[in-house]
Ligand binder design. Structure first.
Ligand code: 3HC
Ligand code: NAI
Length: 683
């Protein structure tokens, strides 16, 4: 079956693409579209053309799997130019999503009709690219500069209704009538003398000036920091305004090719496929039966329990939350309400939605109220004895067939499972703080976790909008285990003479949103610190004894003013120097390069150990964890992809160079072997 077929409905030629799953514009689709337009041109019976797509969506863009390979003719820009140049009007009939090259095809059409549920967007920027088939030139001519900039630079799709409001769509129709309406529309316009041609329009871009672009750059500076593509997108739209169409297109092409061949786009494309790969589980058949989850129980209404509850409430799933004492329960529930009300105040949800979510929440002090839950997630204190005791109680109360999950950050899920008579029902669901916001969910597969339990949790993650990554059981799983060597080296660097601000700055420059010492100040230096037991033995003891608590009292590794601006704390630095002197550690000047290598190479090494031990299924899963759970900069592709780009031999050489200062480090055999053979993790 060819990807593109044509059929006649009277004097209208219907061109249908059928290239599952998302009608990507692969070479055969482009070829078929070009042939169909030629067919229409050559057939005097045809008065108008409709381009539609079969399956779940209109064209979702260029075929990303073709990127980085030798180009195949015809190119997409040429196909779109041919559509636009057609003497017979061409109508795009859009359902599902018209994305990237797909929307560019639609912009080449003379008219666009959309199903009410459709979405339209130019998400290329998320792949480190810009719309490279005329989109940056045609879209502003159709909708004006400001809406075009917003769509091209953020990459976020807009609903059909909004598209109609800004002039991107000519008519909105009910979903089930799309094709019939598109044919009728095509027939109605067929005899008009002239049809709108996006590339020749000038009315919408007239009057746009430098100030528009300057204001846009300023307003978006923070979210665009570090990424190359957004600035290139802005420059392409500037060209649309400043240059004749043909020159604007040439500029777009030059910028597109530069981005396509750059490391950032390679990294972001890697992440696109990595995110989809993470959903696939080795050894778990795709048709594994899942369990119904209609009611969720949560133990502990603290920092995590409350945030976890919100995920389910927002998705419309009833939650019962259990605490030890009424005061803790009341506090936890009040915080959930406060968070929802804050969202409502920002316009992110309606007052009714807040009440609906809260109406689905029940609080209790009695474990017996968890009996009929399909899933119970434990989020109590991080102590094995408590976890075991809690799971023993859950085992006695919760119905058979339910899933018993722990949100532990580090502890052995198999040991927790062994406290029950049904270890096959036990799994780790490791949410990240704030749990209602952070996208990542590490799903920890115990030695005995049943396939149905695992499959159910993967599906549930999707239902509550999380990106799930499967981890095996080990101390700290994928994410926190890799954080440990970074933290160890950050502390060691302080002892050796680096300032906290230097360590933080190196990571900020690399692209992290925060350095380890800023993070420590934010969390509070006294978390888990007991004044009664403090004896100045650790640096933390010394800092806390001196009254340094972090942001909460304005004094930590940094001093904070009333607006939380930070300046390095001379007091903290003096305590560190004194502590190092007493420990006999020689202080020296440490370069930024060494700081970066000491912090990040051991993380890559730990990632390699995690792969070697089979804790992570694939290197790209590790990248997804660090990107979505810990703010690793996306444009580097994550720790493992980043290591690939700088060369695994560089990482090994760096680890060897600093080996004497990192006695705790065990270099991964996998890393060494791949480096020696010139291989990569994501080969
Ligand atoms: N090319 C090739 N494969 C694609 C693809 C594309 N553009 N878009 C999706 N796929 C594949 C996915 O990899 C996945 O494959 P798998 O089943 O083997 O893992 C499959 O299609 C289904 O995708 P999803 O799991 O993402 O399905 P959803 O229904 O959740 O989402 C979607 C559908 C919204 C279309 C989403 O896939 C998406 O956002 N796709 C990318 C859209 C995009 O970025 N387009 C721009 C491409 S760049 C471009 O057009 C350049 C041009 O300007 C020249
Ligand atoms: P927290 O101290 O804020 O909350 C724990 C709550 O559990 C308290 O309100 C306490 O009263 C309650 N509790 C204790 N024993 C109980 C019992 N037997 N029955 C019912 N309630 C009980 O702790 P937090 O931060 O929410 O952590 C909970 C778990 O989540 C820990 O295992 C932690 O390691 C993990 N975690 C924490 C993250 C964080 O950033 N805070 C991130 C990811 C996981």
């Amino acid at each position: 079956m060819p990807a593109i077929t044509t059929r006649r409905d009277g004097d209208v030629l219907i061109v249908t693409s059928d290239n599952p799953p998302v009608n990507a514009l692969s070479a055969d689709v482009r070829q078929g579209l070009a042939a169909a337009i030629a067919e229409a041109e050559g057939d005097p019976q045809v008065k108008a053309v409709v381009i539609a797509a079969a399956g779940r969506t209109f064209f979702a863009g260029a075929d990303i799997t073709e990127f980085g390979k030798p180009p195949r003719e015809p190119g997409l820009p040429a196909v779109i130019d041919a559509i636009e140049a057609s003497g017979k009007p061409v109508v795009a009939a859009i359902h599902g999503t018209a994305l990237g090259g797909g929307l560019e095809v639609a912009l080449g059409c003379h008219y666009r009709i959309a199903a009410a549920s459709a979405k339209l967007g130019l998400p290329e920027v998320k792949l480190g690219l810009l719309p490279g088939a005329g989109g940056t030139q045609r879209l502003p001519r159709v909708v004006g500069v400001e809406p075009a900039l917003a769509m091209i630079v953020t990459g976020d799709p807009i609903p059909a209704k909004k598209a109609a409001a800004i002039g991107l769509v000519d008519a909105l129709v009910a979903d089930d009538l799309l094709l019939a309406e598109a044919i009728a529309f095509a027939r109605a316009v067929a005899d008009k003398d002239a049809h709108p041609v996006a590339s020749t329009r000038a009315d919408r871009i007239a009057g746009a000036d430098a100030a528009t672009f300057a204001a846009f750059r300023k307003a978006n500076a923070r979210r665009l920091k570090g990424f190359e593509a957004p600035e290139a997108c802005i420059q392409a739209v500037e060209a649309a305004v400043a240059l004749p169409y043909a020159e604007g297109v040439a500029k777009e092409r030059a910028l597109f090719l530069k981005l396509m061949n750059g490391t950032q786009s390679r990294a972001l494309r890697h992440l696109f496929f990595a995110e989809r790969a993470a959903a696939k589980i080795d050894g778990l058949p795709a048709d594994t039966q899942t369990l119904p989850i209609a009611k969720v129980g949560i133990l502990g209404a603290g920092t995590m329990g409350g945030g976890i509850a919100m995920n389910f409430l927002t998705a419309g799933i009833p939650v019962t939350i259990i605490e030890r004492e009424q005061a803790a329960l009341d506090r936890g529930i009040a915080i959930i309400r406060k968070n929802y009300e804050a969202s409502a105040a920002k316009g992110r949800m309606t007052a009714e939605a807040v009440e609906k979510a809260m109406g689905n929440l029940a609080g209790s002090l009695d474990y017996a109220d968890l009996a009929d839950c399909d899933l119970v997630i434990e989020a109590v204190f991080e102590l094995m004895e408590i976890k075991k005791e809690v799971f023993g109680r859950l085992d006695a109360i919760v119905k058979q067939g339910a899933i018993l999950a722990t949100n532990t950050s580090y502890l052995d899920v198999d040991e927790i499972a062994a406290a029950t008579s049904r270890p096959e029902a036990v799994i780790g669901l490791h949410f990240f703080s704030p749990a209602n916001v952070m996208k990542l969910l590490e799903i920890v597969r115990g030695a005995k976790t049943a396939p149905a339990v695992l499959a159910t949790c993967m599906g549930l993650a999707r239902r509550i909008g999380k990106i799930a990554v499967v981890s095996g059981v080990c101390h700290g799983f994928i994410g926190n285990r890799m954080l440990s060597p970074r933290q160890r080296e950050a502390n060691a660097l302080l002892m050796e003479g680096a300032r906290p601000v230097d360590v933080d700055r190196v990571l900020l420059d690399f692209g992290f949103p925060m350095g380890p010492f800023q993070m420590a100040d934010l969390a509070g230096l006294d978390i888990g610190w007991d004044p009664a037991k403090s004896n100045g033995e650790t640096l933390r003891d010394r800092l806390c004894e001196a009254g340094l608590r972090g942001q909460k009292n304005g004094r930590g590794f940094y001093d904070y003013d009333a607006s939380r601006n930070r300046t390095p704390s001379a007091e903290a630095e003096a305590i560190i120097a004194d502590f190092a002197a007493k420990a006999g550690t020689e202080q020296r000047s440490i370069s930024d390069e060494e700081i970066l290598e000491r912090l990040l190479y051991p993380m890559v090494n730990e990632g390699a150990l995690i792969l070697e031990e089979g804790i992570a299924q694939r290197a790209s899963d590790i990248d997804i964890v660090w990107l979505n759970g810990y703010g690793w900069p996306a444009w580097t592709g994550g720790p493992m992809f980043w290591a690939d780009t700088i060369g695994l031999d560089t990482v090994v050489a760096g680890l060897e160079k600093h080996a004497a200062r990192m006695p705790a480090l065990r270099v991964s055999e996998l890393l060494k072997a791949r480096a020696a053979k010139g291989e990569t993790f994501n080969g």
